[in-house]
Design a protein around this ligand. Structure first.
Ligand code: NAI
Ligand code: NA
Length: 396
């Protein structure tokens, strides 16, 4: 079939298998071009099919030659109906990795469930014995707690007072004001239950109890801080509470892993266009200004550049990774640079529908958004008839 983007709000309903495969190829080439990393051998990536998780998996495999197991929640293709992009990404990755002699298998299911955790443990036992790195990169709006059966829904709201600021609809370029009512206690608790550290800790408890963590195993989860302009909706809002909890959980997990000399880290990553971040108000406006400035300064990075740098310059540089005063690894260092942020503050005031195409990188935002679904990828023939029924070679 001929596949075109079909937008609905912040999501795209279709995905292009050839475009997704090309994105994965480009990421593999990038990692290879940066040379070998003396890194992990056997890696589990939870949230492995898109964004930072996919980039982590590619870096582990093609930077360090690691065997990788990916866990994700993606829609498979049906005749005449495309799969979700993470399906096509993972199929492309596993096809290439297996052709290159790299072990690459995956589990498609709800990572929050006990069943998927058990299935993953069984696979590790059968094929790898033990793992030495666990990447935790889930982004989800809902979670069913497997112990209580309660379904939690996260919200993206400020805490304490109404938040009003500018935002942009990146499809149309229309800049408008949004006002968001503050969250109540229940909404805060639900967001923490979905995006906080509870599930990460459950994973690490189960993996350890099953004896599948190698001595000295490392686990890393991803967080975000960001600037003042997004603080009210992000870091000081409901999602920020969840990130506070996630960051605190790193210490809890490190304590629990002490007897096997294991360690849990949070890495604070850069703001990037992903399916998760596009749904957060104000963030797209911030990202479009940020992209423009970072590109002008020659310090712009995408997911793969971020994760390659995380592995080569932080996690596996030799010795303990450098951390900030709260114990966090920082690869948002270039985003948070004083010269970058002071420019954003200035531009923020001037951002209107008229000025944004000039002062912000709205085109770059749109391009990256389409790219998430395999569209607008250089070298891909979008008029060509393609097969939507792509198989997943490593699927268990
Ligand atoms: P993403 O939406 O690209 O990836 C989410 C992954 O989680 C996908 O592989 C998806 O299949 C998987 N997933 C979602 N629900 C699942 C479930 N129930 N069971 C199994 N798999 C499931 O998100 P992104 O942006 O890569 O986010 C990953 C982490 O990085 C999040 O913790 C996010 O907060 C963090 N982060 C994101 C930043 C951004 O700007 N995008 C910046 C800094 C941190
Ligand atoms: Na991810």
């Amino acid at each position: 079939m001929i596949i075109e983007p079909r937008m609905r709000g912040f999501i795209c309903l279709t995905a292009h298998p050839v475009g997704c495969a090309q994105n994965v190829k480009n990421q593999i080439e990038y990692v290879k071009s940066k040379g070998k990393i003396d890194g992990p051998k056997n890696v589990l990536v939870i949230g492995a099919s898109t964004g930072f998780g996919l980039a982590s998996r590619i870096t582990a495999a093609y930077g360090a030659g690691a065997a990788t197991i990916g866990v994700y929640f993606e829609k498979e293709p049906k005749e005449g109906k495309t799969a979700s992009p993470g399906w096509y990404n993972t199929a492309a990755f596993e096809t290439q990795a297996q052709a290159d002699g790299l072990y690459a298998k995956s589990i498609n299911g709800d990572a929050f469930s006990d069943e998927v955790k058990q299935q993953t443990i069984n696979l590790i036992k059968a094929d790898l014995g033990q793992i030495d790195l666990v990447i935790y990169s889930l982004a989800s709006p809902v979670r069913t707690n497997p112990k209580t059966g309660v379904l939690h829904r996260s919200t993206l709201k400020p805490i304490g007072s109404v938040f009003t600021d500018k935002t942009v609809d990146f499809h149309t370029g229309v800049v408008s004001n949004v006002s968001i009512e503050p969250a109540n206690e229940e909404e805060i608790a639900n967001t923490v239950a979905v995006m906080g550290g509870e599930d990460w800790e459950m994973w690490m408890d189960d993996l350890k109890a099953a004896g599948v963590l190698a001595e000295g195993a490392t686990t890393v989860a991803y967080s975000y801080i960001g600037p003042e302009v997004t603080e009210a909706v992000y870091r000081k809002g409901t999602i920020g509470r969840a990130k506070d909890h996630l960051e605190a959980t790193a210490f809890t997990i490190s304590d629990k892993l002490a007897d096997i000399k294991g360690k849990a880290y949070v890495s604070v990553n850069k703001a990037l266009v992903t399916q998760a971040s596009s749904a957060i108000p104000v963030i797209p406006l911030y990202i479009s200004l940020l992209y423009k400035i970072m590109k002008e300064k020659g310090i712009h990075e995408g997911c793969i550049e971020q994760m390659q740098r995380l592995f080569s310059d932080r996690l596996y540089k030799g010795g303990n990774p450098p951390v900030d005063d709260k114990g966090r690894i920082r690869v948002d260092d270039w985003e948070m640079r004083e010269d970058v942020q002071s420019q954003i503050k200035e531009l923020w005031k001037d951002a209107t529908e008229e000025t944004l195409p000039k002062i912000g990188d709205l085109a770059g935002y749109k391009h990256d958004f389409l790219n998430l679904f395999g569209f607008d990828v250089a070298g891909v023939d979008y008029q060509a008839d393609v097969n939507e029924m792509v198989e997943m070679p490593g699927l268990q």
